[in-house]
Design a binder for this molecule. Structure first.
Ligand SMILES: Cc1ncc(COP(=O)(O)O)c(C=O)c1O
Length: 412
Protein backbone atom coordinates (compact mmCIF):
# COMPACT_ATOMS: atom_id res chain seq x y z
CA UNK A 1 0.00 0.00 0.00
CA UNK A 2 2.72 2.53 0.90
CA UNK A 3 4.07 2.22 -2.64
CA UNK A 4 0.67 3.48 -3.84
CA UNK A 5 0.39 6.15 -1.20
CA UNK A 6 2.19 9.27 -2.53
CA UNK A 7 3.95 9.93 0.74
CA UNK A 8 6.86 11.99 -0.61
CA UNK A 9 4.57 14.15 -2.77
CA UNK A 10 2.34 14.77 0.22
CA UNK A 11 5.19 15.59 2.56
CA UNK A 12 6.39 18.17 0.07
CA UNK A 13 3.07 19.97 0.52
CA UNK A 14 3.80 20.52 4.24
CA UNK A 15 6.61 23.11 4.43
CA UNK A 16 6.84 22.75 8.23
CA UNK A 17 8.17 19.21 7.87
CA UNK A 18 11.20 20.18 5.80
CA UNK A 19 11.90 23.33 7.83
CA UNK A 20 11.99 21.35 11.08
CA UNK A 21 13.98 18.36 9.75
CA UNK A 22 15.61 16.29 11.14
CA UNK A 23 13.08 17.00 13.92
CA UNK A 24 10.09 14.64 13.64
CA UNK A 25 6.51 15.64 14.46
CA UNK A 26 5.10 12.75 16.49
CA UNK A 27 2.77 14.88 18.65
CA UNK A 28 0.08 15.34 16.03
CA UNK A 29 -2.78 14.47 18.38
CA UNK A 30 -2.06 17.80 20.05
CA UNK A 31 -2.10 19.61 16.72
CA UNK A 32 -0.97 18.77 13.18
CA UNK A 33 1.00 20.77 10.60
CA UNK A 34 -0.73 22.61 7.76
CA UNK A 35 -0.18 22.16 4.02
CA UNK A 36 0.91 25.06 1.83
CA UNK A 37 -2.64 25.55 0.52
CA UNK A 38 -3.86 26.23 4.07
CA UNK A 39 -0.98 28.63 4.80
CA UNK A 40 -1.63 30.54 1.58
CA UNK A 41 -5.38 30.73 2.18
CA UNK A 42 -4.98 32.10 5.70
CA UNK A 43 -2.36 34.62 4.59
CA UNK A 44 -4.40 35.78 1.60
CA UNK A 45 -7.49 36.15 3.73
CA UNK A 46 -5.64 38.37 6.20
CA UNK A 47 -4.04 40.33 3.40
CA UNK A 48 -7.09 40.98 1.25
CA UNK A 49 -10.24 40.26 3.25
CA UNK A 50 -9.52 41.06 6.88
CA UNK A 51 -12.84 42.86 7.34
CA UNK A 52 -16.12 42.09 9.11
CA UNK A 53 -18.68 40.01 7.26
CA UNK A 54 -22.19 41.25 6.55
CA UNK A 55 -21.26 44.50 4.78
CA UNK A 56 -22.34 45.54 1.29
CA UNK A 57 -18.87 46.29 -0.13
CA UNK A 58 -17.04 43.60 -2.11
CA UNK A 59 -14.43 42.68 0.50
CA UNK A 60 -17.10 42.07 3.13
CA UNK A 61 -19.27 40.17 0.68
CA UNK A 62 -16.24 38.00 -0.03
CA UNK A 63 -15.88 37.13 3.67
CA UNK A 64 -19.47 35.84 3.66
CA UNK A 65 -18.71 33.87 0.51
CA UNK A 66 -15.59 32.33 2.07
CA UNK A 67 -17.51 31.27 5.17
CA UNK A 68 -20.31 29.76 3.06
CA UNK A 69 -17.76 27.92 0.91
CA UNK A 70 -16.00 26.56 3.99
CA UNK A 71 -19.33 25.31 5.36
CA UNK A 72 -19.99 23.46 2.11
CA UNK A 73 -16.49 21.93 2.14
CA UNK A 74 -16.70 20.79 5.75
CA UNK A 75 -20.20 19.42 5.04
CA UNK A 76 -18.70 17.32 2.23
CA UNK A 77 -15.84 16.20 4.47
CA UNK A 78 -18.17 14.73 7.11
CA UNK A 79 -21.05 14.01 4.71
CA UNK A 80 -23.55 16.36 6.33
CA UNK A 81 -26.97 16.59 4.68
CA UNK A 82 -26.75 20.36 4.46
CA UNK A 83 -24.09 23.04 4.93
CA UNK A 84 -26.37 24.87 7.40
CA UNK A 85 -25.71 22.02 9.85
CA UNK A 86 -22.07 23.16 10.19
CA UNK A 87 -21.45 25.77 12.92
CA UNK A 88 -18.05 27.45 13.24
CA UNK A 89 -16.39 28.61 16.42
CA UNK A 90 -13.42 28.62 18.72
CA UNK A 91 -12.80 24.96 19.53
CA UNK A 92 -14.47 21.64 20.28
CA UNK A 93 -14.66 22.11 24.05
CA UNK A 94 -16.69 25.29 23.82
CA UNK A 95 -19.13 23.57 21.43
CA UNK A 96 -19.51 20.56 23.72
CA UNK A 97 -20.22 22.99 26.55
CA UNK A 98 -22.71 24.89 24.41
CA UNK A 99 -24.63 21.78 23.34
CA UNK A 100 -24.54 20.32 26.83
CA UNK A 101 -25.96 23.52 28.32
CA UNK A 102 -28.74 23.42 25.73
CA UNK A 103 -29.44 19.72 26.35
CA UNK A 104 -29.41 20.44 30.09
CA UNK A 105 -32.41 22.70 29.61
CA UNK A 106 -34.35 19.86 27.98
CA UNK A 107 -33.81 17.29 30.76
CA UNK A 108 -37.00 15.95 32.36
CA UNK A 109 -37.54 13.60 35.27
CA UNK A 110 -37.39 10.14 33.75
CA UNK A 111 -35.33 11.37 30.76
CA UNK A 112 -32.30 12.80 32.51
CA UNK A 113 -29.56 10.21 32.13
CA UNK A 114 -26.41 10.96 30.22
CA UNK A 115 -24.05 8.15 29.28
CA UNK A 116 -20.36 9.07 29.06
CA UNK A 117 -17.29 6.85 28.79
CA UNK A 118 -14.10 6.47 30.78
CA UNK A 119 -12.12 6.39 27.52
CA UNK A 120 -12.98 9.94 26.48
CA UNK A 121 -11.09 13.21 26.72
CA UNK A 122 -12.31 15.15 29.78
CA UNK A 123 -13.86 17.71 27.41
CA UNK A 124 -16.58 15.14 26.61
CA UNK A 125 -17.09 14.02 30.21
CA UNK A 126 -16.73 17.01 32.54
CA UNK A 127 -18.98 19.15 30.35
CA UNK A 128 -21.79 16.62 30.83
CA UNK A 129 -21.04 16.13 34.53
CA UNK A 130 -21.47 19.89 34.91
CA UNK A 131 -25.17 19.29 34.21
CA UNK A 132 -25.68 17.42 37.49
CA UNK A 133 -27.02 20.55 39.24
CA UNK A 134 -29.59 20.76 36.40
CA UNK A 135 -30.81 17.25 37.25
CA UNK A 136 -28.59 15.12 35.01
CA UNK A 137 -27.65 11.66 36.15
CA UNK A 138 -24.31 10.61 34.70
CA UNK A 139 -23.70 6.95 33.90
CA UNK A 140 -20.32 5.60 32.79
CA UNK A 141 -19.89 3.21 29.88
CA UNK A 142 -16.62 1.54 30.80
CA UNK A 143 -13.95 0.40 28.40
CA UNK A 144 -12.52 -3.12 28.48
CA UNK A 145 -8.97 -3.93 29.57
CA UNK A 146 -7.64 -3.55 26.02
CA UNK A 147 -8.89 0.04 25.79
CA UNK A 148 -11.93 -0.67 23.62
CA UNK A 149 -15.61 0.13 24.11
CA UNK A 150 -18.07 -2.70 23.52
CA UNK A 151 -21.73 -2.43 22.64
CA UNK A 152 -22.59 -5.30 25.03
CA UNK A 153 -21.37 -3.13 27.92
CA UNK A 154 -23.47 -0.18 26.77
CA UNK A 155 -26.75 -2.02 26.25
CA UNK A 156 -27.50 -2.62 29.97
CA UNK A 157 -27.14 1.15 30.53
CA UNK A 158 -29.68 2.06 27.88
CA UNK A 159 -33.36 2.56 28.62
CA UNK A 160 -35.96 5.30 28.23
CA UNK A 161 -34.28 7.34 30.99
CA UNK A 162 -31.27 8.07 28.73
CA UNK A 163 -31.38 11.48 27.04
CA UNK A 164 -28.01 11.28 25.28
CA UNK A 165 -24.92 9.11 24.85
CA UNK A 166 -21.69 11.12 24.57
CA UNK A 167 -18.67 9.23 23.32
CA UNK A 168 -15.57 9.50 21.24
CA UNK A 169 -15.19 8.18 17.69
CA UNK A 170 -11.60 7.15 18.38
CA UNK A 171 -9.54 7.48 21.54
CA UNK A 172 -7.16 10.46 21.52
CA UNK A 173 -4.94 8.54 23.95
CA UNK A 174 -5.15 4.82 23.15
CA UNK A 175 -6.06 5.14 19.48
CA UNK A 176 -8.90 2.60 19.65
CA UNK A 177 -11.77 3.05 17.21
CA UNK A 178 -15.38 2.92 18.38
CA UNK A 179 -18.13 1.38 16.28
CA UNK A 180 -20.26 4.51 16.46
CA UNK A 181 -22.84 3.26 13.95
CA UNK A 182 -23.79 0.51 16.40
CA UNK A 183 -23.88 3.01 19.25
CA UNK A 184 -26.26 5.29 17.33
CA UNK A 185 -28.56 2.39 16.58
CA UNK A 186 -28.68 1.30 20.21
CA UNK A 187 -29.15 4.87 21.51
CA UNK A 188 -31.97 5.59 19.07
CA UNK A 189 -33.69 2.34 20.02
CA UNK A 190 -34.43 3.83 23.46
CA UNK A 191 -35.14 7.31 22.10
CA UNK A 192 -31.76 8.75 23.10
CA UNK A 193 -29.40 10.81 20.95
CA UNK A 194 -25.72 10.31 20.16
CA UNK A 195 -23.13 13.06 20.59
CA UNK A 196 -19.75 12.26 19.04
CA UNK A 197 -16.40 13.78 19.93
CA UNK A 198 -14.64 13.37 16.58
CA UNK A 199 -11.77 15.72 17.34
CA UNK A 200 -9.24 12.94 17.21
CA UNK A 201 -10.89 11.04 14.40
CA UNK A 202 -10.90 13.93 11.90
CA UNK A 203 -7.42 13.54 10.35
CA UNK A 204 -7.39 9.75 10.32
CA UNK A 205 -10.31 8.20 8.44
CA UNK A 206 -13.52 8.94 6.52
CA UNK A 207 -16.18 10.62 8.66
CA UNK A 208 -19.78 10.08 7.63
CA UNK A 209 -22.50 11.45 9.86
CA UNK A 210 -25.21 9.97 7.63
CA UNK A 211 -23.79 6.47 7.68
CA UNK A 212 -23.08 6.67 11.40
CA UNK A 213 -26.58 8.11 11.95
CA UNK A 214 -25.30 10.19 14.87
CA UNK A 215 -27.02 13.36 16.08
CA UNK A 216 -24.20 15.78 16.95
CA UNK A 217 -20.46 15.82 16.27
CA UNK A 218 -17.60 18.15 17.17
CA UNK A 219 -14.22 18.48 15.51
CA UNK A 220 -11.21 20.79 15.76
CA UNK A 221 -9.47 22.14 12.66
CA UNK A 222 -6.03 22.20 14.22
CA UNK A 223 -5.96 18.40 14.53
CA UNK A 224 -6.82 18.05 10.86
CA UNK A 225 -4.17 20.17 9.10
CA UNK A 226 -6.10 23.44 9.49
CA UNK A 227 -5.53 26.35 11.92
CA UNK A 228 -6.95 26.67 15.42
CA UNK A 229 -10.74 26.61 15.20
CA UNK A 230 -13.55 24.17 15.88
CA UNK A 231 -16.87 23.23 14.43
CA UNK A 232 -20.09 21.59 15.47
CA UNK A 233 -22.32 19.52 13.24
CA UNK A 234 -25.84 18.68 14.34
CA UNK A 235 -28.96 17.40 12.62
CA UNK A 236 -30.66 20.54 11.42
CA UNK A 237 -33.95 19.85 13.17
CA UNK A 238 -32.20 19.16 16.48
CA UNK A 239 -30.10 22.34 16.32
CA UNK A 240 -33.23 24.25 15.34
CA UNK A 241 -35.07 22.96 18.42
CA UNK A 242 -32.33 23.37 21.05
CA UNK A 243 -32.24 26.56 23.13
CA UNK A 244 -28.91 28.30 22.40
CA UNK A 245 -28.06 31.80 23.56
CA UNK A 246 -28.41 34.35 20.78
CA UNK A 247 -29.06 38.05 20.59
CA UNK A 248 -32.57 38.99 19.38
CA UNK A 249 -31.36 40.16 15.98
CA UNK A 250 -29.60 36.85 15.16
CA UNK A 251 -31.81 34.54 13.05
CA UNK A 252 -33.25 31.73 15.18
CA UNK A 253 -31.95 29.04 12.87
CA UNK A 254 -28.77 27.00 12.42
CA UNK A 255 -25.98 27.75 11.98
CA UNK A 256 -26.47 31.39 13.05
CA UNK A 257 -28.24 30.66 16.33
CA UNK A 258 -25.24 28.59 17.44
CA UNK A 259 -22.49 31.00 16.34
CA UNK A 260 -22.51 33.69 19.03
CA UNK A 261 -20.32 36.64 18.06
CA UNK A 262 -17.41 36.82 15.63
CA UNK A 263 -15.24 33.79 15.02
CA UNK A 264 -11.83 33.60 13.36
CA UNK A 265 -12.69 33.92 9.68
CA UNK A 266 -9.16 33.39 8.38
CA UNK A 267 -8.98 30.10 10.24
CA UNK A 268 -12.34 29.03 8.87
CA UNK A 269 -10.98 29.82 5.40
CA UNK A 270 -7.98 27.64 6.33
CA UNK A 271 -10.30 24.80 7.36
CA UNK A 272 -11.90 24.97 3.93
CA UNK A 273 -8.43 24.77 2.37
CA UNK A 274 -7.60 21.71 4.47
CA UNK A 275 -10.66 19.99 2.99
CA UNK A 276 -9.43 21.07 -0.48
CA UNK A 277 -6.19 19.29 0.36
CA UNK A 278 -8.09 16.06 1.06
CA UNK A 279 -10.13 16.49 -2.10
CA UNK A 280 -7.06 17.02 -4.26
CA UNK A 281 -5.40 13.92 -2.76
CA UNK A 282 -8.54 11.95 -3.62
CA UNK A 283 -8.54 13.24 -7.20
CA UNK A 284 -4.87 12.40 -7.50
CA UNK A 285 -5.50 8.83 -6.33
CA UNK A 286 -8.65 8.40 -8.39
CA UNK A 287 -8.90 10.90 -11.26
CA UNK A 288 -12.38 9.52 -11.98
CA UNK A 289 -13.82 10.83 -8.67
CA UNK A 290 -16.69 12.96 -9.85
CA UNK A 291 -17.88 14.62 -6.65
CA UNK A 292 -15.96 16.45 -3.92
CA UNK A 293 -17.34 13.97 -1.38
CA UNK A 294 -16.24 11.00 -3.49
CA UNK A 295 -12.70 12.39 -3.78
CA UNK A 296 -12.55 13.19 -0.07
CA UNK A 297 -13.68 9.67 0.82
CA UNK A 298 -11.03 8.19 -1.48
CA UNK A 299 -8.39 10.33 0.25
CA UNK A 300 -9.50 9.49 3.77
CA UNK A 301 -9.65 5.76 2.98
CA UNK A 302 -6.13 5.90 1.54
CA UNK A 303 -4.92 7.80 4.61
CA UNK A 304 -6.53 5.20 6.86
CA UNK A 305 -4.92 2.33 4.94
CA UNK A 306 -1.48 3.94 5.08
CA UNK A 307 -1.87 4.69 8.77
CA UNK A 308 -2.55 1.01 9.49
CA UNK A 309 1.01 0.37 8.36
CA UNK A 310 2.28 3.14 10.64
CA UNK A 311 0.33 1.65 13.58
CA UNK A 312 1.66 -1.85 12.97
CA UNK A 313 5.23 -0.57 12.61
CA UNK A 314 4.98 1.55 15.77
CA UNK A 315 3.59 -1.34 17.81
CA UNK A 316 6.43 -3.52 16.57
CA UNK A 317 9.21 -1.08 17.48
CA UNK A 318 7.59 -0.40 20.86
CA UNK A 319 7.45 -4.12 21.58
CA UNK A 320 11.10 -4.48 20.55
CA UNK A 321 12.04 -1.65 22.94
CA UNK A 322 10.25 -3.44 25.81
CA UNK A 323 7.55 -0.76 26.15
CA UNK A 324 4.26 -1.31 27.96
CA UNK A 325 1.62 -0.30 25.41
CA UNK A 326 -1.80 0.72 26.78
CA UNK A 327 -4.71 -0.43 24.65
CA UNK A 328 -4.45 -2.51 21.49
CA UNK A 329 -0.81 -3.63 21.40
CA UNK A 330 -0.82 -6.42 18.83
CA UNK A 331 0.44 -5.24 15.42
CA UNK A 332 -2.02 -7.75 13.87
CA UNK A 333 -4.86 -5.61 15.26
CA UNK A 334 -3.66 -2.37 13.65
CA UNK A 335 -6.95 -2.08 11.75
CA UNK A 336 -8.82 -1.52 15.02
CA UNK A 337 -6.87 1.62 15.83
CA UNK A 338 -5.13 4.75 14.60
CA UNK A 339 -1.40 5.39 15.13
CA UNK A 340 -1.89 7.24 18.43
CA UNK A 341 -0.16 5.20 21.07
CA UNK A 342 0.27 5.62 24.81
CA UNK A 343 3.06 3.67 26.44
CA UNK A 344 5.64 3.62 29.20
CA UNK A 345 9.15 2.28 29.41
CA UNK A 346 9.58 0.26 32.61
CA UNK A 347 11.93 2.00 35.07
CA UNK A 348 11.71 5.31 33.17
CA UNK A 349 9.65 8.33 34.16
CA UNK A 350 7.52 9.39 31.15
CA UNK A 351 8.86 12.94 31.47
CA UNK A 352 12.43 11.66 31.12
CA UNK A 353 11.53 9.55 28.10
CA UNK A 354 10.05 12.60 26.37
CA UNK A 355 13.04 14.77 27.23
CA UNK A 356 15.48 12.15 25.97
CA UNK A 357 13.44 11.66 22.80
CA UNK A 358 13.46 15.44 22.27
CA UNK A 359 17.26 15.26 22.27
CA UNK A 360 16.93 12.55 19.63
CA UNK A 361 14.78 14.89 17.53
CA UNK A 362 11.27 13.64 18.29
CA UNK A 363 8.35 15.72 19.48
CA UNK A 364 6.23 13.47 21.69
CA UNK A 365 4.20 14.17 24.84
CA UNK A 366 3.90 12.87 28.39
CA UNK A 367 1.26 13.33 31.08
CA UNK A 368 -2.39 12.54 31.70
CA UNK A 369 -3.61 13.34 28.17
CA UNK A 370 -6.53 15.32 29.64
CA UNK A 371 -8.10 12.03 30.58
CA UNK A 372 -8.00 11.58 34.37
CA UNK A 373 -10.53 8.74 34.39
CA UNK A 374 -8.61 6.89 31.73
CA UNK A 375 -5.37 7.29 33.70
CA UNK A 376 -7.14 5.87 36.75
CA UNK A 377 -8.37 2.88 34.73
CA UNK A 378 -4.83 2.27 33.49
CA UNK A 379 -3.47 2.48 37.04
CA UNK A 380 -1.37 5.54 36.15
CA UNK A 381 -0.85 8.52 38.47
CA UNK A 382 -2.15 11.85 37.15
CA UNK A 383 1.15 13.61 37.86
CA UNK A 384 3.05 10.99 35.90
CA UNK A 385 0.76 9.46 33.29
CA UNK A 386 2.38 7.99 30.22
CA UNK A 387 4.10 8.86 26.95
CA UNK A 388 2.05 9.42 23.80
CA UNK A 389 3.37 9.24 20.25
CA UNK A 390 0.75 10.26 17.70
CA UNK A 391 1.31 9.93 13.99
CA UNK A 392 -0.61 11.13 10.96
CA UNK A 393 -0.36 10.36 7.25
CA UNK A 394 2.67 12.61 6.63
CA UNK A 395 4.78 10.49 8.97
CA UNK A 396 6.87 7.71 7.47
CA UNK A 397 7.98 4.18 8.19
CA UNK A 398 11.58 5.47 8.16
CA UNK A 399 10.69 7.87 10.99
CA UNK A 400 9.17 4.97 12.90
CA UNK A 401 12.40 2.98 12.44
CA UNK A 402 14.45 5.92 13.75
CA UNK A 403 12.02 6.29 16.65
CA UNK A 404 12.52 2.62 17.55
CA UNK A 405 16.32 2.96 17.48
CA UNK A 406 16.23 6.03 19.74
CA UNK A 407 13.80 4.40 22.14
CA UNK A 408 15.91 1.27 22.43
CA UNK A 409 18.89 3.43 23.46
CA UNK A 410 16.81 4.88 26.29
CA UNK A 411 15.32 1.57 27.35
CA UNK A 412 18.70 -0.15 27.76
C1 LIG B 1 -10.60 13.80 21.68
C2 LIG B 1 -10.53 15.24 22.03
N1 LIG B 1 -11.63 15.88 22.39
C3 LIG B 1 -11.64 17.18 22.68
C4 LIG B 1 -10.48 17.91 22.66
C5 LIG B 1 -10.53 19.37 22.95
O1 LIG B 1 -10.53 20.03 21.72
P1 LIG B 1 -10.38 21.62 21.62
O2 LIG B 1 -8.97 21.94 21.95
O3 LIG B 1 -10.73 21.92 20.20
O4 LIG B 1 -11.34 22.22 22.57
C6 LIG B 1 -9.29 17.30 22.29
C7 LIG B 1 -8.02 18.04 22.29
O5 LIG B 1 -6.98 17.51 22.43
C8 LIG B 1 -9.32 15.92 21.96
O6 LIG B 1 -8.21 15.27 21.59
Amino acid sequence: MSKDFPIEELRAKFPALGRAAPFVYFDNAAGAQAPQGVLDTVAMHLLDFNVQRGGRYPKSVEVDRVIAAARAKVAAWINARDASEICFGLNATSFIRMVSLAIGQTLKPGRNRIVVTDLDHAANISTWQALEPMGAEIVFWKMRGDGTLHLEDLLPLLDERVRIVACTTVSHALGSLVNVGQVAHAAHWVGAELFLDSVHYGPHAPADVQRWDCDYLVCSGYKAFAPHMGFLWGRRELLAALPFFREDFIPDEPPYKVEAGTFVYENVAGMGAAVDYFESLGRHLDPKSNTPRGAIETAMEAIQGYEHQLSAAMLTVLRDAGAIVYGIADPERAQERVPTICFNLPENHPRDVVLRMAEEGFGIRDGHMYAPRLMARLGLAMDRGCVRASLVHYNTLAEVERFGEALRKIAT
